[in-house]
Design a binder for this molecule. Structure first.
Ligand code: KIV
Ligand code: NA
Length: 264
């Protein structure tokens, strides 16, 4: 597959080509995903749960993400890699820049931060310094203790309108992509239509510009709980390359996510 850049991703949104994304934490899986059609690899702080076995993502450090970003980057020079900024690594614009620089030097093409309008100054500074930014709205797992659990977000109209305004603020600040997690499909569509930058969904229905899954969910090996919105693609294909190809094909055709994997 050809090398992907932020320009490719912006063009995909304009042309209505769905963007496929999976998390990966090492060279072998990252290369396998890329070779089988995945556009974007996320070194997610979900590694705090699926690799480290934590109950949430709060224990993950910038050094953890940097290590796994180096591992992923070693899989191929062609990968488009987003590195998650962990809990408390972007509590002010200066620390955001310092920590994002560590991740970019580890091989990331973009960093991802959780939150809305309050991140405006940090995102503006990051992009001024040459660091592409992906936002993350909805169920932002670093705030699980504020939410009181891993719960769907944006069911109330006031909350929904705030999330749309947040997405627009992220775009104005300079963000070049947004992930939205666990929101009603109708809200995901409103957010996707409200911004010109690509919106990638997880548990957000099929109307977003693309889909992302945690790789352990794709192959049904997450320790403990498997979220409603994910699907075990290994079960029906029997091998990893075909599971990845099926995920990409089903995202492109609109078969995934289906009605069983969304919130209304
Ligand atoms: O950490 C992660 O894997 C994520 C995705 C679920 C979007 O942020
Ligand atoms: Na994350």
């Amino acid at each position: 597959m050809a090398k992907i850049s932020v320009s490719t991703l912006a063009k995909m949104k304009r042309e209505g080509t769905k963007i496929t994304a999976l998390t990966a934490y090492d060279a072998s899986f990252a290369k396998l995903f890329h070779d089988n059609g995945v556009d974007v690899i996320l070194v997610g702080d979900s590694l705090g749960m699926v690799l480290q076995g934590g109950e949430d993502t709060l224990a993950v450090t910038t050094d953890d993400i940097a290590y796994h970003t180096r591992c992923v980057r070693a899989g191929s020079k062609e990968l488009f890699v987003i590195a998650d900024m962990p809990f408390m690594s972007y509590s002010d614009p200066q620390s955001a820049c310092q920590n994002a620089a560590t991740l970019m030097r580890s091989g990331a093409n973009m960093v991802k931060l959780e939150g809305g309008e309050w991140l405006y100054d940090s995102i503006a500074l990051l992009t001024q310094q040459g660091i592409p930014v992906c936002g993350h709205l909805g169920l932002t797992p670093q705030s699980v203790h504020v939410f009181g659990g891993f719960k769907i977000q944006g069911r109330e109209e006031a909350q929904a309108q705030k999330m749309i305004a947040d997405a627009q603020a992220l775009e104005r600040a300079g963000a070049q992509m947004i992930v939205i997690e666990c929101v009603p499909s109708a809200l995901a569509k409103r957010i996707t239509d409200a911004v010109a930058i690509p919106v990638i969904g997880i548990g957000a229905g099929k109307e977003t510009d693309g889909q992302i899954l945690v790789m352990h969910d794709l192959v049904g090996i997450s320790a403990g709980y498997i979220p409603k919105f994910s699907k075990n693609f290994l079960l029906e294909t029997g091998n990893m390359p075909d599971a990845v190809k099926k995920f990409c094909a089903d995202v492109q055709s609109g078969d995934f996510p289906g009605p069983d994997h969304e919130f209304n």
